[in-house]
Design a protein around this ligand. Sequence first.
Ligand SMILES: C[S@@+](CC[C@H](N)C(=O)[O-])C[C@H]1O[C@@H](n2cnc3c(N)ncnc32)[C@H](O)[C@@H]1O
Length: 431
Amino acid sequence: MANPARRAAAALLDAVLTRHRPLEEALDALPTDGKPHKVRGKGEARPGAAVAPRDKAAGHRIAAAVLRRAGSLDAVLEPFLRREPPPPVRNALRIGAAELLLLATPPHAAVASAVDLVPAPFAGLVNAVLRRVAEAGPTALEGLEAERLDTPGWLWTAWHAAYGPAVRSIAAAHRAEAPLDLSLKPGAAAPEGGEALPGGTHRYPAGTRVTELPGFADGQFWVQDAAAALPARLLGARPGERVADLCAAPGGKTAQLAATGAQVVAVERDPRRAARLRENLARLDLPAELVVADALHWSPEARFDAILLDAPCTATGTIRRHPDVPHLKRPKDVASAAELQRGLLAAAAARLAPGGRLVFATCSLQAEEGEAHRDAAAALGLAPDPIRAEELPGLAEAVTPSGTLRTRPDLWAGRGGMDGFFAARFRKPAG
Ligand SMILES: C[S@@+](CC[C@H](N)C(=O)[O-])C[C@H]1O[C@@H](n2cnc3c(N)ncnc32)[C@H](O)[C@@H]1O
């Protein structure tokens, strides 16, 4: 019987790499209470033994290491494989190699538990291959062009076109797990042990469990990457203003807007995500009107002084936090996300009062989901309202010459990086 943490890792890798399901969904579907586990959205139920929370966390860590470094791990395994093994065997080999080369698991335990994951006819193969990998040790990774191997070719090409040689440092940043960033409620004290970043975010080491920090249950703060905190700040909402947060769940930016004293209307299409937003606002004790609706077709009674459009996107700026993204997204997803974003931008422009402000943001590194929208906005009656470097202390490098925001995971590299975000600010001419 395979070790529960490795079994969980194998189930997570099967979900992402074979069935193309998001990692978060696969984590939710792991049976933690002995019930059969259900794969949401597919109606597929399969029996599974319960996984203790500790084993689930360990399995998640192993699966994430494999997803981050799958290209490098496959390159190490390559010389020892004469033909392609079936997917579960390939994943067991990747799990074993990740434990040996990246996670410092003692070799005997790494090899034996990978062998336990596969059916008997493959046990000899997995044992022999992983013993060879164990003999080489972490030096097996030396000399590999890890940045390229661990990045799908189409993303490398797109990032090279957009960012030039920085593509290499972007890809390198994806190798590390992201730290935990918190935004604080006004007047709240930050839990001890963090670093105060310019702009107000408090940063804690990767792996910190937010629910265990003092102040979480009484709603003193919420999880929000340092870059994700910027778009709402750039909107500059003021007390009493009527502000819409389109595409609002899980609500990090709604919380920021509500904390300014503005009258916030949060719009979210997905009822399940809207329920999470409601819970988050209740925990934080921050007020906002929640509308469960499609922002493309929603018609409010009155127009807004300010709108934040944090549009759905391919999320390629969040790969440090979501290492499944490069394995799941395809170029056609960028094209369809960009089309939806154009529609949402037009809907947002129509709901803005004359003189009103709009911030458009996406957590994508793809230019089609960011910079391309800047010029299209003129046709919607929106004038650029350039962002100034003084507005973003310590982050002048993220302000582009045309006054948009472009953060990347390799910025603030010595401090733990940040998510990749694009933001542009517009004004609707008065009268
Ligand atoms: C990038 S996330 C928003 C993150 C959020 N602003 C925050 O800071 O926590 C995009 C959200 O938009 C929602 N969404 C997608 N299309 C939508 C639409 N047409 N109308 C309203 N919400 C939509 C998704 O369900 C998702 O919750």
